[in-house]
Design a protein around this ligand. Structure first.
Ligand code: ZN
Length: 283
């Protein structure tokens, strides 16, 4: 099942089943949820029990959606996790996952603007599959790791390259954590619907032109390996997000480099999840 959230005209929050750019509000199906509910806390069975909407119940999704995960405790990101992308950045192929994070204040939904900071001239795009954790996880083996995954969403790891690199100490965190730098959406797709994440197409369309196009089969460290690695270090909580890394084709690797400009429209498309679209706005 896939669920999205959005604001109605009167400011209430609607939860809806999402499919191919259309929605069916849960209240139409007789399912009531409080505005402030965190759907990641409801458990896999709750998603399994949702009724299947009839054809007549579907309407076009609003242009602007709320982030499908309301308030993740952690936003963890994996760097250089596609072999070809590591090569295009001139980096060595990592021998263990490269981990960094973003603050909550980076998260926006599909249809929200990405704000290009005044203090960066090199803001870049990165399309990524995002894992949503469904069960508290510590010291989990790769074999058991998928039991702890609730589902997936599309993510955009917006990156200010002039802050990420070349500053004292590297400053990956600052380069990755400007406000609005983690659009997610359009929906949360459960593992019952997207059953195998090991070969899923991940694309970035920039103003309609496809600039990244790969599959998660290219991941250096797959999702179970990432969960095993991370849970040696931190306890993953329900709703935590793991951005799994980006494929080749980022703007910094183009010749000449092509960084985001005001008005640019970035659309992350992931097969079986949907399309996450955000327009760039100057600060
Ligand atoms: Zn990334």
């Amino acid at each position: 099942m896939a669920i999205c959230r959005y604001k109605t005209h009167d400011g209430a929050i609607e939860h809806a089943i999402y499919k191919d750019g259309r929605v069916c509000p849960l209240r139409v199906l007789g399912v009531e949820l409080a505005d402030d509910v965190d759907i990641t806390q409801l458990g896999k069975q709750w998603f399994r029990d949702l009724p299947v909407p009839q054809d007549a119940h579907w309407v076009t999704a609003p242009d602007r959606l709320l982030p499908p995960v309301r308030n993740p405790q952690k936003v963890i990101c994996i760097g250089l996790n596609y072999r070809d992308h590591a090569i295009e950045t001139g980096s060595e192929i990592p021998t263990e996952p490269v981990v960094f994070n973003k603050f909550h204040s980076t998260i926006v939904g599909s249809g929200d603007n990405i704000v290009l900071p005044r203090v960066s001239k090199e803001v870049d795009y990165e399309a990524e599959l995002v894992v949503v954790i469904g069960k508290t996880a510590k010291h989990v083996s790769a074999t058991d790791a998928m039991d702890y995954v609730l589902g997936y969403t599309c993510g955009h790891d917006v990156s200010a390259r002039d802050w990420q690199k070349g500053r004292p100490g590297g400053q990956w965190l600052l380069g990755k954590t400007f406000d609005t730098f983690a659009p997610i959406g359009p929906c949360l797709v459960t593992t019952d619907e997207l059953t195998d994440p090991s070969d899923v197409r991940v694309q970035m369309h920039l103003n309609g032109e496809t600039v990244q196009d790969s599959t998660t089969a290219q991941l250096i460290f797959d999702i179970p390996t990432l969960i095993e690695h991370l849970t040696q270090i931190v306890t993953l909580e329900v709703g935590d997000l793991i951005f799994t890394g980006t494929p080749p084709g980022v703007g910094a690797a183009m010749n000449p480099p092509r960084f985001l400009q005001e008005g640019d429209l970035c659309t992350v498309e992931i097969a079986g999840v949907g399309r996450l679209s955000n327009r760039c706005q100057a600060e």
